[in-house]
Design a protein around this ligand. Structure first.
Ligand SMILES: *Cc1c(COP(=O)(O)O)cnc(C)c1O
Length: 472
């Protein structure tokens, strides 16, 4: 039942050559990287699905925007252009440009999170969780159980569990400075959040007088999926739906490297004037003057153009259909995929595909490693390597419910034949899946270990204790 690959609403104007590698070369590259996919050189990768963040192809209009960039320190015209688009799309009273999403998170959390605070979210992304943990707060993930079931079909598996949130709010109300929701839910299968769920969340936040912040990295993809999947919104444009989403929140953090299709950039948005003024002080200290933040004028300009292009219905139809094409193609060859398809990536349930490898031996990392060896395809582990942490409350290791790998599709970058190569590589791996082995970590930092840690096969030298993670 594989559908047709969607017609690309663009053509190629400039290309970047790819190096075709063989298995022996990839074995060397992997060993040198100590089996950490993040440490493989990009030129040793043939199809890079590590992330959709900052890896999209800019349009000719965006490249023109770079040339138009006004590099004035204060009051740059590029900032004005960005401001107009941001006001139109997001509609918050205040915003600050930052160098990327995590800078926005860092500023927000430094102002609002105190030790012992609890921050509820549908699922915190790794950087968000790290910012909360770094301030001795507790990131609380509140998904419905069905959202963790890869084969359960529900249009909005990113929805936050409002009953669970009510309980958390009733029990810990004094410890909760604000609530968050991530659209789409990147660490939970890239699944969208419905407007009905956002409305319920708003009501609950009002009842307990809590501000609501949206982690808005993929708001446009989320809005498009609302248009397609939720009753009552098919007549509205993506921008209208996005405005409605943001009208329910008090602020948002945004990585422009996602739905604004730029290589760098972010935004911090809010309605509260005092919070804005405090955030602006932080911005000036760590990022830059408020009319450029952590960016050059040309980056602001490219972001402004990208925000318009990234919220166009035709583009989002192509974008989400390409993800669905890969999803269907993998499903057809027996790969357990996390359904339904989300906005930016296909998630493969490695824990179930490789059920002979226990969670403590990182089945998803093993799959990512094998996929690279087979076809030079780079995917990212979203499982126990990335998401485990030691709870500051109980001192125990908290592991995620699923061992996934994510195949994130860079925007407007790869064609059908590139993705067919990914499917073919999977086919070969699935055929020999019983031969795949577990891995152990041999070296790791305290926070965000997946970026830099070293691995080895379990049967090789001693690993280190998993519990050395994050124990301060
Ligand atoms: C990418 C991402 C972030 C962080 O943004 P950066 O620009 O990478 O700093 C935060 N939350 C989610 C859901 C993301 O996908």
């Amino acid at each position: 039942m594989t559908r047709k690959h969607p017609f690309e609403p663009f053509r190629i104007k400039s290309i970047e050559n790819l190096r075709i590698t063989n298995r022996a070369e990839r074995e060397v590259a992997l060993k040198e990287a100590n089996f950490n996919i993040f440490k493989i050189q990009a030129e040793d990768v043939m199809v890079d699905l590590l992330t959709d963040s900052g890896t999209g192809a800019m349009s000719s209009e965006q490249w023109a925007s770079l040339m138009r960039g006004d590099e004035s320190y204060a009051g740059s015209r590029s900032f004005d252009r960005l401001e107009r688009v941001v006001d139109e799309i997001f509609g918050f009273k205040h915003f600050l440009p930052t160098h990327q999403g995590r800078a926005s998170e860092g500023i927000l959390m430094s102002l609002l999170v105190k030790p012992g605070n609890l921050i509820p979210n549908n699922t915190h992304f790794d950087t968000t969780a790290a910012h909360v943990l770094a301030r001795e707060g507790i990131p609380e993930n509140l998904l419905h159980d069905y959202s963790k079931n890869p084969s359960y079909d529900h249009p909005f598996k990113g929805n936050i569990n409002l009953d669970a949130l009510r309980q958390v709010l009733e029990k810990n109300t004094d410890m909760i400075p604000f609530c968050m929701i991530t659209v789409t839910n990147n660490a939970g299968g890239g699944q969208p959040v419905s407007l009905a769920n956002l409305e319920g969340l708003r009501k609950l936040c009002d009842e307990f007088s809590k501000p609501l912040f949206i982690d808005a990295c993929r708001f446009a993809e989320n809005a498009y999926l609302i248009q397609q999947r939720e009753d009552g919104y098919s007549h509205m444009s993506v921008r209208e739906i996005a405005r409605k989403m943001f009208s329910l929140a008090d602020g948002a953090t945004f990585s422009a490297k996602k739905d604004a299709i730029v290589n760098i950039g972010g935004l911090l948005l809010m309605n509260d004037k005092e919070l804005y003024e405090n955030a602006r002080n932080e911005l000036i200290m760590h990022e830059g003057f408020p009319t450029y933040g952590g960016l050059a004028g040309r980056d602001l300009d490219a972001m402004a153009t990208g925000l318009r292009e990234g919220t166009e219905d035709d583009y989002l139809s192509y974008r989400t259909s390409q993800v669905a094409w890969l999803f269907d193609s993998l499903k057809d060859i027996g790969v357990p995929v996390f359904g339904p398809p989300g906005g930016h990536a296909v998630y493969v349930d490695a824990g179930s595909l490789l059920d002979h490898i226990p969670q403590s031996e990182f089945p998803a990392q093993s799959l990512a490693v094998e996929l690279y060896l087979e076809g030079g395809v780079r995917a990212v582990e979203i499982g126990s390597v990335m998401l485990s942490f030691i709870s500051p409350e109980t001192g125990e290791l908290v592991t995620p419910p699923l061992e996934l790998i994510r195949l994130a599709i860079p925007r407007r970058t790869y064609t059908e034949s590139h993705l067919q190569h990914v499917v073919d590589s999977f086919k070969a791996v699935v055929e020999r899946k019983e031969s795949l082995r577990g891995l152990k970590i041999t070296k790791q930092p305290r926070l965000l270990r997946h970026f830099t840690c070293d691995f080895d096969w379990v049967e090789n030298n001693e690993g280190i204790e998993l519990s050395s993670l994050l124990s301060s």
